[in-house]
Design a protein around this ligand. Sequence first.
Ligand SMILES: [Zn+2]
Length: 221
Amino acid sequence: MCEVSKCKVCGRTHNSRGDVIDNTDGEYPEITIVGYCNECWAKIEAERDAEEKAKLDALEEAVKLNPTAETYYNCGYEARRLDAYKALAYFNKAIELDPGYVEAYFQRGLLYRESPEYSGRLDDKAEDGRPVTDAKKAIADFTKVIQLEPDNACAYYRRGGELDTLGRRKEAIEDMQKAFDLDGDDYINEEIVWLFTRWGIPVEDPEGNYAEVIKAARNIN
Ligand SMILES: [Zn+2]
């Protein structure tokens, strides 16, 4: 049976690819999934692009008047999704002006990362279809963050993801364990448990007790 959804905006029925389909003949079961059809989603994205573009324009004006590491960083942060290459140039400039700018290294590392995730990566904009993400560059940036902020759990977590992309599983596990030890962040901890499962490290989590899960995984490795 083909899976159908109802668009949150226009109320029309669409298939899993977002194409609006005719549902008047009662061929489909009761619709319980709600999403966006392609047309409505395109409008939502266009509005979001326009909003982000307006914000970026304002920040780019601000950087002209006051070119500091922070104003460049702000431009880079806002440009991440619209134009990852532009964002990269801004983060480079921020780091050039302030070589101790932790957030700039972290955000640049996210642009470079190869581990699959949401948009805002350099390969989203690769014109010739060639990915330009670079796990080694991402690792270098996350390592810099860790040097500057040894308790930064997110940097360990992100670096672990990139190490895994390069097939350096043992180091990846070490980073993930470190991230887990440092942080009480539920999102990261859940991701780590999920990764360990994917990596074939047996994870039993009947009570949602992640600390015990990681301890168990550590004993196995
Ligand atoms: Zn719609």
